[in-house]
Ligand binder design. Sequence first.
Ligand SMILES: Cc1ncc(COP(=O)(O)O)c(C=O)c1O
Length: 369
Amino acid sequence: MRPLVAHIDLDALRHNYRLACACAPQSQSVAVIKADAYGHGAVACAQALESKALESQVPAFAVACLEEAMVLRDAGIQTPIVLLEGIFSADELPYVDKHRLWMAIHSGWQLDALQAFTPSAPIPVWLKVDSGMHRLGFAPEQAVSVWRTLEAMPEVSALHLMSHFATADAMDTGYFSQQMATLKALAAELDAPLCLANSPATLARPEAHGAWNRPGVMLYGSDPLEAPTKFTRQLQPVMTLRSEIIALREVDVGEPVGYGGRWRAARRSRIAVIAAGYGDGYDRHAVDGTPVLVNGKRAALAGKVSMDMLTVDVTDIPSAAIGSEVVLWGKSHNGEVLSIDEVARHCDTISYTLLTGVLPRVPRHYAGV
Ligand SMILES: Cc1ncc(COP(=O)(O)O)c(C=O)c1O
């Protein structure tokens, strides 16, 4: 068997969820498990968060669309599920009703569709306001009349005001404060309960904590903040992308390694070939020097990532041998952690793309079920 596996630690997922709740004890924390729980497997993660191993039940899950919600319902997940982008067409409403889903409303046509529909029970609705992200949502001026309309509709229950931050992760809080001011004014006018905080706001912006928060990436152990805090240091990696050395060779000074000969040996070097490549979702943009753990010790990528393999300079790790453990991100057998955020910085990307980019050919193995 090819040795590359994504190990998913469900105890770490529960630990991170508890941390999200501890950061915002006055809020209910919806667990964001869209995009197949950021690549971790939505059903397994939902089951882990529904299990008795978590002392307080997760009050709701959030997904992007009906299809993602249906996968969870088909697997027997009973917890409320909110559709963060609501419906994509009016014919989804009978399913929203039948499967007891909650929905965001971000556009006039969604409001019209709901008005024309008679559900068997009122549908919980989160009205999405564009407070500055300029992606989805009603402008604050429009939101007042839409709120009043929704409030008066018997088809609607548990109405909340929802918005999303563009810069909650940044050290410069200027634009975040501007969005907060808009939302505070609107919430005061409407006397509306709020659902605003994503992971960075859950971790570091208590003023954004509302009736509900929506932590996502932090549940998987990634630190979304530009500057770490005492909370982010407590996050535990949920996914460990682990493989092995499948070949070793020595190269002389000046010899190139891999496509295009990007890396050249500055000294006589020992190069390990690892079973993992961009065909598995490991980012091809990884630069020379991107860290990996070999037998729990840090080593550096040497040469461009290939489809099924990558190459690492293990000159300084004499114990490296065929079959040695290689961690691309996550936790090594000796307890050493390689943060996915550090790897992402070497790929000029973010942990979100690395996690959601791990391809189906990489088997997921679960612990803590
Ligand atoms: C509307 C909405 N809420 C919450 C989240 C969770 O964000 P994060 O993963 O940064 O916590 C996302 C993620 O993209 C989102 O789109």
